[in-house]
Ligand binder design. Structure first.
Ligand code: NAD
Length: 244
């Protein structure tokens, strides 16, 4: 089987580690049928009137909320998505006391749905929403089921997803906790991310160990620095390494 040797090394390293940190992105959820941004069939290769980074920016949300929400509902909400083997394998490693934290750029909540408890969601979550006027909280279901394209609070304000849009700042406290986990990690597994979205991607530079594992279908800027590169599907790779 392809990648057998690399997966065997990963299995061995996992066995020997008690302080693993995982850093991931949209590629972790493609096996749950949520498209990523930069794969060939990802969002960036679909044609829209505006590029996705324009539509999911703060300015666009403020100026053209209706178009923002049309895109957001069509392309970013997957309320029926289920975790895949990657999410479950990581949850198992946490339960076994080996994995300290999942640091994710994803906004889909699937790590928690698979049972992971310590999940640092750098870009927020579609599961949490709040009214921009009065601050009232709303669920994903409230947004999905709202009768109008722009979801409205009982006070009339717009309900905004707690997702970090382009032009918005990342949470300082979360970033510093992520940095602490990464810099103290014995083993860092990076997976399913193109590592081009900053500042999140810059965090992996703080890893100081010698077991940097990269699991990604396509090449990334960190390949040359990784101790182990596994160019496979992350669900299959992690499942074989953790459960095999
Ligand atoms: P990206 O789309 O830029 O890159 C995804 C990477 O994952 C690509 O390099 C691709 O080759 C790889 N990949 C895809 N499927 C894979 C698989 N099954 N196994 C291994 N590798 C696989 O994603 P990014 O780096 O996370 O940056 C995009 C931004 O988009 C993030 O900020 C994130 O918030 C957001 N986003 C989130 C979701 C989600 O929550 N599921 C979905 C799309 C985009």
């Amino acid at each position: 089987m392809a990648l057998e040797k690399e997966i065997a090394t990963l299995r061995q390293w996992i066995k020997e580690s008690s302080n693993i940190v995982f850093f991931g992105g949209a590629g972790v959820s493609t096996e749950s049928h949520i498209p990523d941004f930069r794969s060939q069939d990802g969002l960036y290769n679909m044609k829209y009137k505006y590029p996705p980074e324009t539509i999911i920016s703060h300015t666009f949300f403020e100026r053209r909320p209706e178009e923002f929400f049309r895109f957001y509902r069509d392309r970013m909400l997957y309320p029926d998505a289920e975790p895949n083997k990657a999410h479950y394998a990581l949850a198992r490693l946490e339960q076994e006391g080996k994995l300290r934290a999942v640091i994710t750029q994803n906004i889909d909540g699937l790590h928690q749905k698979a049972g992971s408890r310590n999940v640092l969601e750098l870009h927020g979550s579609v599961l949490r929403n709040h009214c921009v006027r009065c601050g009232k909280s709303y669920t994903l279901e409230d947004v999905v089921n709202s009768k109008t394209v722009i979801p409205r609070c009982t006070c009339g304000g717009i309900i905004k997803p707690d997702v970090v849009l382009y032009e918005e700042m990342l949470d300082d406290d979360l970033m510093s906790r992520a940095l602490d986990y990464i810099s103290a990690a014995q083993m860092l597994i990076i997976g399913g991310t193109s590592l081009v979205v900053y500042p999140a991607a810059g965090l992996v530079r703080y890893y100081r160990g010698n077991r940097l594992v990269l699991i990604n279908k396509s090449a990334t800027s960190m390949d040359s620095e990784a101790d182990l590169v596994i160019p496979g599907k992350i669900g299959e790779v992690l499942d074989q390494a953790v459960n095999g």
